[in-house]
Design a protein around this ligand. Structure first.
Ligand code: AKG
Length: 260
């Protein structure tokens, strides 16, 4: 048995030869699939500059662009209204460039041959597609897991048995900001370790004996199974910018759906 819990790394140009690499992420045998050089570096820089300008112009501290389902768990109607309201804003961040969300969809089609990859839709309403997150100096994300099937029961995407998370690194922090993945998946009894605002106390991983720290480069795409606990270490220099998108599917269904 392989006792190492290491990420799988592939080059974007080689994905067609690595169509099975998501299997180990789904099973938890590997913590992450890192697709190197997924998105053009110059385009990452252009997007980062656009975001810098927006952050500068915004009078409240801007931490994200786009809509994230987790912020609307008990406000479903509002989630769909906001998803539509911000669609243009998110699109504009990528205007004139290859839309990384479309590239993620095309890449998923390689990993799931024969399945159709689309933005999730529920009773005619389209889910949000992509959230850009900014982590500034000192920002971090505590130990957490993302899985729609427990919290977001009133949303259709919670019914898919397998959920993954894709993260594109648009700008990497010069110091800190590493993603730490813990080899422990969420179970209901862990809820006693839950923080009041977000995430879990360190006690939730006290019985976890393997963790890995990764720091992907600008332009890399990472795919993780977000039911495994993970955290982002504090950013120690400049700003970290990522684009996040979830995907879900059933082994025997025809569809892969994405949302944020
Ligand atoms: O930004 C990252 O490296 C990971 C993102 C994350 O923690 C999440 O999507 O829950």
């Amino acid at each position: 048995m392989d006792l190492q819990w290491n990420p799988i790394e592939i080059e974007y140009k080689d994905i067609t030869q690595n169509k099975n690499s998501l299997e180990k992420i789904i099973t938890g045998d590997s913590p992450a699939l890192i697709i190197r050089n997924f998105y053009n570096n110059d385009s990452c820089k252009t997007i980062s500059k656009r975001i810098e300008i927006r952050a500068f112009e915004s009078n409240k501290k801007m931490k994200k662009i786009g809509v994230s389902l987790v912020s609307f768990i008990s406000r479903k109607a509002e989630y769909f209204t906001q998803a539509d309201a911000l669609r243009k804003t998110v699109r504009q961040v990528f205007s004139g460039l290859e839309d990384p969300r479309k590239k993620i969809h095309k890449t998923l089609e390689v990993f799931f041959p024969g399945k159709q990859v689309t933005i999730a839709v529920e009773t005619g309403k389209k889910y949000a597609c992509g959230v850009i997150r900014l982590h500034e100096l000192g920002d971090f994300a505590p130990i957490h897991r993302d899985n729609a099937s427990f919290e977001a029961r009133n949303f259709d995407v919670s019914k898919f048995p397998i959920q993954l998370s894709t993260v594109l690194y648009i700008q990497q922090s010069q110091k800190g900001g590493e993603l730490v993945l813990h080899k422990k998946s969420w179970k209901k009894s862990d809820e006693k370790f839950r923080n009041i605002d977000f995430g879990y106390s360190k006690d939730v991983i006290s019985d976890c004996n393997q963790s890995v720290k990764i720091k992907p480069n600008q332009g890399d795409l990472v795919i993780i199974n977000p039911i495994y606990y993970h955290e982002i270490l504090p950013v120690r220099a400049n700003r970290r910018i990522t684009l996040g998108l979830f995907l879900a599917f059933s082994k025997h269904g025809e569809k892969v759906v994405t949302w944020s």
